[in-house]
Design a protein around this ligand. Structure first.
Ligand SMILES: *Cc1c(COP(=O)(O)O)cnc(C)c1O
Length: 405
């Protein structure tokens, strides 16, 4: 099989770019998007064929006709899977609520960055690229490291010094040349941009190459299949660079172009922390582009992104979907993480917990109804993040009943 890609397109000017060439950004320094031959796909596949015919490909790779790789031989397999939707309810939510967590922590490398980097590395392999460099708050670096090592490609990971230790260590163990920088992710990205030509690195920063978003798009394809050719009323997405939100929105448009999606589209909610909320600020100020957020900080490190190159794509998708952008407090993130873990047994990452806090805020602002069907994205395993210390101890030689209260 060769792929169904027709061309690439500048997401800002719609200028076309021929396929089968190595690209980073468009001439206007905007993200490039992959376009497909929907007529040909829908004449070769019914929807049922589309979801079943490549079922032998691991996990999200089964959506092969809507992926940019040349054949199933390009798949880099680390045990990808279709992530589960887990219904939860906690006392914070209303009794009537229908809330599902899409648990992305189960993917290889413990986060949904695996989706994007799997595709980016598979495409890089097809192009014969030998060195890939990435700025990361943690999970992207770990995912690049893993897929690049499996594909026999060198990887260079630059991360801010307060990146969670586990992320730094896993990237290094999985084979990346991992380097700590005294700056934020955008500053790590600038170093890569400045040095890539000299060092022979291919820059895989968020949305600065066209294929990570194609991997992230599979979250939308999975949801559509898991909801039986339907979609939830609202999706809450912890937004950093926004690849996943933009990717899902792209997936829904593509399914519609293919004639397979006839339901209404979900409201898309971008959730950020109050201490790093450039997209929320731009949304509230009716702007199409976000300003750099000064002194960004948040325990939800995956969404500590002061400037996103795809800002206008995130904001367009939110507005088209009649969703919103919501900032939540650091305390509410921890509160939701702790309460959901305690009451449901599901340990979310802080970014995932932020979506629960965003959901509660959206309800209180009447942006959604309490019986709406909602999907919260838990983007990484909660096990990767610092957890509260346990201080209870007993003396095995001197036990008393109150030791156990
Ligand atoms: C990267 C990341 C995000 C943000 O994803 P984007 O698609 O870049 O907005 C959210 N949560 C976690 C755990 C992440 O690793």
């Amino acid at each position: 099989m060769s792929n169904y890609v027709t061309h690439l397109e500048c997401s800002y000017s719609q200028k076309k770019y021929v396929k089968n060439k190595v690209y980073n950004l468009s001439d206007l320094s905007k993200p490039l998007l992959v376009r497909y031959d929907f007529k040909k796909i829908s004449s070769d596949y019914s929807y049922s064929d589309f979801v079943n015919r490549h079922a032998d490909c691991p996990g999200f790779w089964k959506y092969l006709p809507l992926l940019p790789i040349n054949s199933s031989k390009s798949i880099i397999d680390l045990g990808e899977l279709i992530t589960p939707l887990i219904k939860i309810n906690v006392s914070k939510f209303s009794k009537n609520s229908e809330i599902f967590v899409k648990d992305e922590g189960r993917l290889p490398t413990g986060s949904f960055k695996a989706r994007g980097l799997a595709l980016a590395v598979a495409k890089a392999k097809e192009f014969g690229i030998q060195k890939m460099a990435i700025p990361t708050n943690g999970n992207a670096g770990a995912a690049l490291a893993a897929y690049a090592s499996k594909a026999n490609i060198e990887s260079i990971v630059l991360c801010p010094e307060d990146t969670p230790t586990i992320n730094i260590n896993e990237a290094a163990l999985q084979g990346a040349n991992t380097i700590i920088v005294n700056g934020l992710i955008n500053e790590c990205g600038k170093i890569i941009g400045d040095l890539k030509d000299k060092m022979g690195w291919f820059d895989v920063s968020t949305l600065k190459e066209p294929y990570r978003i194609e991997g992230k798009k599979t979250m939308g394809l999975e949801l559509f299949e898991q909801f039986n050719q339907n979609l939830p009323d609202a999706i809450f997405y912890p937004t950093g660079g926004g690849t996943g939100l933009i990717g899902m929105w792209k997936a829904f448009q593509e399914l519609r172009e293919l004639g397979w999606l006839n339901c209404k589209l979900p409201k898309m909610f971008a959730v950020q922390s109050e201490t790093c909320a450039p997209i929320v600020k731009a949304f509230e100020n009716n702007q199409r582009h976000a300003e750099l957020w000064e002194n960004a900080s948040t325990i939800a490190s995956g969404i500590r992104v002061p400037a996103a190159i795809g800002d206008f794509l995130i904001l367009d998708a939110i507005r088209e979907s009649e969703g919103s952008a919501i900032a939540v407090s650091e305390e509410s993130i921890i509160d939701c993480r702790d309460e959901i873990a305690n009451e449901t047994g599901l340990l979310m990452c802080p970014e995932g917990a932020a979506t629960a806090a965003g959901y509660i805020k959206a309800l209180s602002k009447n942006l959604i109804n309490e019986n709406d069907q909602v999907v919260l994205f838990n983007c990484a395993s909660g096990l990767k993040y610092p957890m509260p210390k346990i201080t209870k101890k007993i003396d095995k030689n001197n036990l008393s009943n109150k030791d156990f209260s």
